[in-house]
Design a binder for this molecule. Structure first.
Ligand SMILES: *[C@@H]1O[C@H](CO)[C@@H](O)[C@H](O)[C@H]1NC(C)=O
Ligand SMILES: *[C@@H]1O[C@H](CO)[C@@H](O)[C@H](O)[C@H]1NC(C)=O
Ligand SMILES: *[C@@H]1O[C@H](CO)[C@@H](O)[C@H](O)[C@H]1NC(C)=O
Ligand SMILES: *[C@@H]1O[C@H](CO)[C@@H](O)[C@H](O)[C@H]1NC(C)=O
Ligand SMILES: *[C@@H]1O[C@H](CO)[C@@H](O)[C@H](O)[C@H]1NC(C)=O
Ligand SMILES: *[C@@H]1O[C@H](CO)[C@@H](O)[C@H](O)[C@H]1NC(C)=O
Ligand SMILES: *[C@@H]1O[C@H](CO)[C@@H](O)[C@H](O)[C@H]1NC(C)=O
Length: 519
């Protein structure tokens, strides 16, 4: 139940609608709050939270449902458009969708159950917690299908730790989960599972092994796993999966190491462990892959890289050149933090080199090295939406955000590496705030379900401020996301190669994002 209480007198009815061919515009249910930034947040508490419109029911033929969010007016506002004869071809930007040309299948979208996320959720009252988890995983929310779970601590923990901090315990006799797992991760993962209408695909990632297994005897800094500890480290993954299974949590995948390059250079100031691609290939091929298979976890998909796309396609090439590692690797994880250094074409090259392995965006956030939390930043919505579209248009099969929830300072984080998150909690007043980034995630995650197939989309836009991506959903509907980063109004004509009943004409405001769904 999301809409426990709605006082429509408090809701500002958005002034925008696309007047030409749009009918039935309905107000959204965001309770707005402004902090003097470029846009607003939506406020939720123990009795009220806004919801996301569903497109799962039957849609009338000849009509499209459009879900829109704009900088100054709306969040997930719905309206209907009709396919029609275009009014003024010469002035419109044309978008052409062609389902005869197909690309990758979608795995999903999601976020991470970090210690910090759980600590913040736990600070809310029980009904507010339920509304928060429903906002991400419920059918009235944005229906995330993926959750990332750190294996022991990350920087988004209150102190660095592993599951076996007993020097020399190579048999892992003292391995144990921590209070962080039992109080701040497992209960919320299981709660999300009960809220979700579909199985949540979980994947796990380690930041660092126990300090004693490493060359520098530390959780952070310049250091790697000592080769004599490769096999204990593989067994450590198995123990983690066994312990979580006791709590009814099973994993779809893992990444062999979060950002393996961090520990290969001096100056890594939070949990990290360095690997060369050659060493990672040895570990995956000789230790991790066979050990998981022997211990009943052979169905857990192994991802490598889990680092910036600057390492594509060279890291996959080196790892998969090892015939043993090659047998076990299912996919590649990419993070977004160095995207300005290399073009997205490296993702396409990676796909072309290894067409039978998937690419998943496994981490992204705004805020590092700048103001950690900006309450109501539209630019941060645009950065998410633009990156998701770019990734999806270059063979990436899904996009996983970093912390599901943080506090007003962007933490907690023991290494003071504070960042932003799509939901910010204010425990002093039992409120949580949905940042514009939350809606960026939702415009994709709710409307492009697992196993949707990307189809061809072309945009005629010389100003290069319109971005889009198109999908054929398993239910036969098409789902198209359009991001408009322009500062001026623009008319768009959407042509579907399979239709003879005309085009969709949209006139919408500057700085907006739209998901268009039709049969
Ligand atoms: C929760 O939010 C609703 C809608 O904004 C508001 O009417 C209600 O008073 C809030 N409840 C509390 C306890 O603040
Ligand atoms: C239609 O095109 C004419 C010129 O061909 C232009 O003057 C007019 O503004 C256009 N109308 C719209 C709605 O774009
Ligand atoms: C396991 O932990 C206990 C204390 O809880 C300690 O006495 C023992 O030495 C540890 N075992 C190993 C192998 O480190
Ligand atoms: C959180 O609540 C406190 C107490 O009302 C308030 O001072 C603070 O500004 C709030 N923070 C945000 C981000 O709204
Ligand atoms: C993008 O914004 C422009 C104004 O900047 C507007 O004219 C155009 O219709 C918008 N596009 C969409 C798809 O909303
Ligand atoms: C759609 O794609 C198919 C296959 O590439 C092509 O034959 C057809 O001409 C395209 N249709 C349009 C309208 O672009
Ligand atoms: C949104 O409002 C701000 C402040 O009034 C204004 O500067 C900005 O241009 C508006 N954005 C759009 C897209 O209208």
């Amino acid at each position: 139940m999301m809409k426990l209480f709605v006082d429509y007198s408090l809701i500002i009815i958005p002034a925008i609608f696309c007047s030409l061919t749009i009918s039935d515009a309905s107000a959204d249910d965001c309770f707005r709050r402004y902090y003097g930034e470029s846009s607003f947040v939506c406020v939720c508490n123990a009795t009220y939270c806004d919801s996301a419109p569903s497109v799962d029911g039957p849609l009338p033929t000849g009509q499209a449902i459009v879900i829109s969010s704009t900088q100054n007016d709306s969040r997930f506002q719905t309206h209907y458009l009709h396919f029609d004869i275009p009014s003024n071809e010469s002035t419109v930007f044309q978008i052409t969708v062609n389902a005869s040309k197909t690309y990758q299948a979608i795995i999903g979208f999601g976020g991470a159950f970090t210690d910090a996320a759980g600590i913040n959720i736990a600070k809310l009252s029980f009904p507010a917690q339920e509304l928060l988890l429903s906002s991400y995983f419920g059918t009235l929310g944005i229906e995330y299908g993926i959750g990332r779970v750190p294996i022991a601590g990350s920087d988004f923990s209150t102190y660095p730790y592993s599951y076996d901090d007993f020097p020399g315990d190579t048999t892992l006799s003292n391995f144990s989960l921590t209070e962080e797992d039992l109080v701040f991760k497992i209960p919320f993962i299981n709660w999300a599972k009960t809220i979700s209408s579909k199985p949540i695909k979980l994947f796990s990632s380690p930041w660092s092994g126990p300090a004693w297994m490493k060359s520098n005897n530390d959780f952070s800094g310049f250091g790697h796993l000592l080769p004599e500890n490769y096999q204990p480290w593989a067994e450590y993954f198995v123990k983690f999966f066994e312990e979580y299974r006791k709590h009814d949590i099973n994993f779809w995948a893992l990444t062999a190491q979060n950002e393996p390059n961090n520990g290969r250079v001096p100056g890594c100031s939070w949990n990290c462990m360095g690997w060369s691609p050659e060493d990672q290939a040895l570990f995956v091929g000789q230790n991790l892959g066979p050990t998981l298979a022997n211990k009943g976890f052979g169905d857990v998909n192994i991802m490598v890289v889990d680092d910036q796309r600057t390492f594509m396609p060279s890291w996959p090439e080196t790892v998969l050149a090892d015939p043993e590692a090659n047998k076990y690797v299912s996919g590649f994880g990419v993070h977004w933090y160095a995207n300005n250094l290399v073009p997205p074409s490296v993702l396409t090259s990676t796909h072309e080199a290894f067409p039978d392995r998937f690419i998943l965006a496994t981490e992204a956030c705004n805020g590092p090295y700048e103001e950690p939390v900006i309450m109501g930043s539209w630019e941060r919505l645009e950065s998410y939406a633009h990156d998701i579209i770019e990734d999806l248009n270059h063979w990436v099969a899904g996009w996983v955000d970093w912390n599901l929830v943080l506090d007003e300072g962007g933490g907690p984080n023991w290494a003071e590496n504070y960042v932003d998150a799509p939901i910010i909690v204010n425990n002093t007043v039992d409120e949580f705030y949905k940042q514009p980034m939350f809606y960026a995630m939702g415009h994709f995650s709710k409307y492009i379900p697992e196993d949707s197939i990307r189809i061809e989309l072309e945009i005629s836009d010389s100003t290069r401020s319109l971005f889009g991506t198109a999908f054929l959903r398993p239910d036969g509907k098409r789902s198209i996301v359009i991001l408009n980063r322009s500062d001026e109004e623009r008319m768009i004509s959407l042509v579907d190669a399979d239709r003879v009943d005309g085009t969709l004409t949209l006139i919408c405001p500057a700085r907006s994002i739209h998901t268009i769904v039709y049969v």
